[in-house]
Design a protein. Structure first.
Length: 222
């Protein structure tokens, strides 16, 4: 059973999501929050597998709530999907950097929402290649977005691991990485697992961000 926490300041939106999710045999909505502070508090008490997190909420917004949840070691298994009304919402990149596993538009069709919850619950990132490039390049190109220090562990990567990191950064799946780099699906998966460990990344979404921030991928040239 996939346990889901809904965080949105609009009760009608939450009711719609709950009706959709609770109708599934393998999904259960365990709590609802109307703002970010409540979302972070309920995440600690309910330990959901997935949080559907609205960005724009009063008081503590979804970005800060994401930071709080990701920073809690007891919630290491909780994954966050950001909900937004715009595919280039200015806060989405910050949410990915904070540790969110991806984002969905609020007008996503029901089938895609259910698929997204299941994908993220299994530890995968919810980032389509086209959207990944457009979204992250837009913000990494801004000087204020780039950190002054490279991520810890970057110097320990082999040339092959850097190639895999670049492929992940472009949004490729393990199967696509294997095809592009002439390796098996299992080998690609192993490389990705090593990258997660070496770079202390929460999931593939953070690897995407690190690929750009570290210069492994140059915005506009990927």
């Amino acid at each position: 059973m996939i346990r889901v926490l809904l965080a949105d300041d609009q009760a009608l939106v939450r009711a719609g999501f709950r009706a959709l999710l609770d109708a599934e045999d393998d999904v259960e909505v365990v709590a609802e929050a109307g703002d970010g502070a409540e979302a972070a508090r309920l995440a600690r008490t309910t330990r959901p597998d997935v949080v559907l997190m609205d960005i724009r909420m009063p008081g503590v917004d979804g970005l800060e709530a994401t930071r709080r949840i990701v920073a809690d070691p007891d919630l290491a298994g909780t994954r966050i999907i950001i909900l937004t009304t715009f595919d280039l919402d200015e806060y989405v990149f910050g949410a990915l950097r904070a540790g969110a596993s991806g984002f969905l538009l609020k007008d996503t069709n029901p089938e895609d929402l259910l698929a997204a919850v299941r994908v993220v619950a299994e530890g995968e990132a919810l980032l389509a290649p086209k959207i990944t490039r457009r979204l992250i390049e837009q913000f990494v190109e801004q000087p204020a977005a780039a950190p002054s220090e490279p991520p810890p562990g970057l110097d320990t990567l082999t040339d092959r691991e850097r190639e895999v990191l670049a492929a992940v950064g472009r949004g490729l799946s393990n199967a696509e990485i294997g095809e592009e780099l002439f390796m098996s699906h299992a080998t690609a998966k192993t490389h990705v697992s090593r990258l997660l460990a070496k770079l202390d990344a929460r999931d593939r979404a953070q690897l995407v961000v690190l690929a750009y921030e570290s210069g492994v991928i140059v915005p506009g040239a990927a």
